[in-house]
Design a protein around this ligand. Structure first.
Ligand code: FAD
Length: 396
């Protein structure tokens, strides 16, 4: 077992870190305060090749699976909100890549990213007011009328919902069949009947857009169902006959694939908080010595560091398993997401404690990291859902 990174991976890590340090950290507080989407940073990321389809295509070729986790950790070390503005498109891309036909991928993936001169973003819409964790209960309906699908429904909490050029929307085709009656549809922002709704104001990751998406008689050609119409009909037929497809729903499969990358983001936030805490503790004096010499502060720092290392190992293992085609028989993807999320929350909370009052005020970035970290126990499957997935895998 070799834990060392290759020269190429070290270079990649350095490249992402430099971008985070120069282009993200200096403006993180400003975008957080303004709750604005960081278009200028996205443009710089696109110019640098960091925001591009190529990044994902290269990551797909990497047998170690570490390309994305390494980049994510560095970028989200810079700022989780800006990081998500840059990498939020990865989620709809992943849905497109895992379920779409090669033709759909070829046509729509470039439209998700636009060009460095005019970058675009994309969104993946599953969540509804009555259906978050419980994805079987989606009410958004897709009805076939001749050569078109007519889609009606309301999606909420959608990352990039306000600004997406392309949406991947999960809707029910046959409500009787639960998640097996659902399908994903690819919709352009210019298609009739789709529009962004309310933009949410949030606790953290404020630079990332989270918005409602409304579908009112949204009409799209019949071939926009991901995977193609024949595949959908075959799947519905099987479900009606009660035959097992042996596969989770498209939405759940998308989340399973993206979990290690999301977990790496949480590790990045936690590491930012640890590094800041160490520097602060070496500098801040209390009772005549730097607080780093007080044992209770040393305990906090040691626990933070150990938890981060443990989380990272789970993340890298899950990413490596996914890349080398090993099934997550113990829900190792969920394990990495669960651990990293909870580590991010506990480490950033400890960082606030290390800084004392200065941890609680906005002059220092620690309170922001604390707010930002909480999202990781909620989106892409809450911690409770990850525990359920892990326990089910172990007791199946
Ligand atoms: C900033 C942000 C960005 C997001 N981006 C997207 C996006 O791009 N696309 C998208 O589709 N969605 C997105 N979401 C939605 C997110 O995935 C959901 O909020 C999340 O899945 C939880 O669903 P919910 O909010 O309906 O909570 P609920 O499902 O109502 O859960 C409420 C509580 O009950 C618990 N719970 C629910 N069911 C069970 C169970 N069976 N066992 C034990 N506990 C349970 C949950 O863990 C949670 O603690 C985003 C959300 C936020 C806040």
């Amino acid at each position: 077992m070799d834990f060392s990174l290759t020269e190429e991976q070290i270079e990649l890590q350095k490249w992402a870190h430099e971008f985070a340090e120069k282009e993200i950290r200096p403006v993180a507080a400003e975008y957080d305060e303004a709750e604005e989407f960081p278009w200028p940073v996205l443009k710089k990321a696109a110019d640098a090749g960091l925001y591009s389809l190529d990044i994902y295509m290269n990551a797909q070729q990497d047998p170690t699976g570490l390309t994305l986790p390494l980049i994510m950790e560095e970028i989200f070390w810079g700022c989780a909100g800006i990081g998500l503005a840059i990498f939020g498109t990865g989620l709809p891309l992943s849905a497109l890549a895992s379920v779409g036909t090669p033709e759909q991928l070829f046509e729509w993936a470039p439209r998700m990213f636009g060009t460095p001169e005019d970058p675009k973003v994309a969104a993946f819409g599953v969540t509804e007011p009555q259906a978050g964790s419980d994805v079987r209960s989606l009410r958004t309906k897709a009805k076939r009328e001749g050569d078109e699908w007519v889609i009606n429904g309301q999606k909420i909490f959608i990352t990039n919902g306000q600004y997406a050029n392309v949406y991947v929307i999960v809707a029910t085709v046959d409500p009787e069949l639960g998640h097996r009656g659902q399908a994903s549809f690819i919709i352009s922002k210019d298609d009739p009947g789709i529009r962004p709704g309310k933009k949410e104001k949030k606790l953290g990751i404020r630079a990332s857009d989270t918005s409602e998406v409304i579908l009112e008689d949204c009409r799209i050609p019949v071939d926009r169902v991901l995977g193609g119409i024949d595949r959908l009909e075959g799947k519905l037929d099987k479900a009606r006959k009660g035959e097992s497809s042996g596969r989770a729903s498209a939405a759940l499969r998308t989340f399973e694939v993206t979990r290690p990358s999301v977990a790496a983001q949480a590790v990045g936030v936690a590491r930012a908080a640890l590094e800041f805490s160490i520097d602060y503790a070496k500098d801040r004096q209390a009772f005549g010595v730097p607080i780093a010499q007080h044992q209770s502060i040393q305990n906090l720092i040691a626990d933070m560091a150990v938890e981060i290392e443990a989380a990272r190992l789970l993340v890298h293992r899950a990413a490596w398993m996914a890349a080398s085609g090993q099934p997550f028989t113990k829900a190792e993807g969920s394990m990495s997401k669960l651990k990293a999320s909870e580590v991010a929350v506990s480490v950033t909370e400890k960082a606030v404690q290390v800084l004392g009052g200065y941890g609680y005020i906005r002059d220092f970035p620690v309170e922001k990291w604390y707010r930002d970290s909480k999202i990781y126990t909620i989106f892409e499957g809450t911690s409770e859902i990850q525990r359920m997935v892990i326990a089910r895998a172990l007791t199946a």
